[in-house]
Write a protein that binds this ligand. Structure first.
Ligand code: MF3
Ligand code: CO
Ligand code: CO
Length: 259
């Protein structure tokens, strides 16, 4: 079973992760124009699955083991008060004013590219707009806090400080993670914490940073399906995720969009 060791990837392995990360970013780009009122999350899922297969890749979420059941779809679609791991459904149709996080993880030649963005459906409310903008900036600040020789706590501290200063809260129950041939592997990357604390950041480490930021309280609740995580107070939640690699001198975003 999984070890608790943090593996450092070789240049060749990081090159594989770069290919997977690139396809993941392209998949989100491909889905972007489909995000509009009237589209169901199942339609987004099915197009993601079709496109992934057409590019010779596999969808890591499909059949991924869980406590209650394996994840039944190819992407996660998390609308409004859903924090993460929303399950695509024909019954769930996007409407004007929604926010939706789409989280994709294609496997390319055995390696995982894990990335997500939160999209506006039509015109967002002022608070939804601010939450999504703050969450994207949290990811940017988390990445900027990564330095070889630094600590895991530097990342969470940067995110938490900014999110809370903007009047929002940081989800505790879900964290970033090491990712390589294995989808979820050490280290855990909390999006809250204390600067200078936690494991040392070393060149060759590859992990995700994926802050989930709530409008109200940070508390989460998971539905009986074992996957759908929503805010306890049913207020909004947003998320952005990149897979990054630590280099000798800094950090490389493996799932960056092309533009
Ligand atoms: N992509 C998610 C993450 O960022 C994990 C989804 S697990 C699934 O870690 F089974 F729900 F797909
Ligand atoms: Co992830
Ligand atoms: Co993800």
């Amino acid at each position: 079973m999984g070890s608790d060791r943090i593996v450092l990837l070789s240049r060749r392995e990081i090159d594989k992760m770069r290919q997977a990360g690139k396809l993941a970013a392209q998949l989100l780009d491909h889905l972007t124009p489909l995000v509009k009122p009237g589209v169901s999350t199942l339609e987004l899922n099915d197009e993601a699955e079709r496109w992934t297969q057409a590019h010779g890749a596999k969808s890591a979420p499909l059949g991924y083991p869980g406590a209650v059941m394996a994840f039944p779809k190819s992407i996660c679609t998390s609308i409004n008060n859903v924090i993460c791991h929303g399950i695509p459904s024909a019954k769930e149709v996007l409407k004007d004013g929604d926010i939706i996080n789409i989280d994709v993880t294609p496997i390319v030649d055995g390696y995982h590219g894990d990335t997500s963005r939160t999209f506006f459906v039509g015109t967002p409310s002022p608070v939804a707009k601010k939450l999504v903008e703050v969450t994207e900036e949290c990811l940017r600040r988390g990445i900027a806090a990564v330095k070889p020789g630094g600590r895991v706590g530097d990342i969470g501290a940067a995110i938490q400080e900014y999110a809370e200063a903007e009047g929002f809260s940081v989800v505790r129950d879900f964290v970033g993670h090491g990712v390589n041939r294995v989808f979820h592997t050490p280290p855990q990357i909390p999006h809250y914490g204390v600067r200078g604390k936690g494991k040392k950041l070393r060149p060759g480490m590859v992990f995700t940073i994926e802050p989930m930021i709530n409008e109200g309280s940070w508390e989460a609740e998971v539905l009986a399906d074992g996957w759908t995580a929503l805010t306890k107070d049913r207020k909004l939640s947003a998320q952005f995720e990149h897979t990054i690699a630590i280099t000798q001198t800094g950090v490389e975003i493996l799932t960056r969009r092309e533009d």
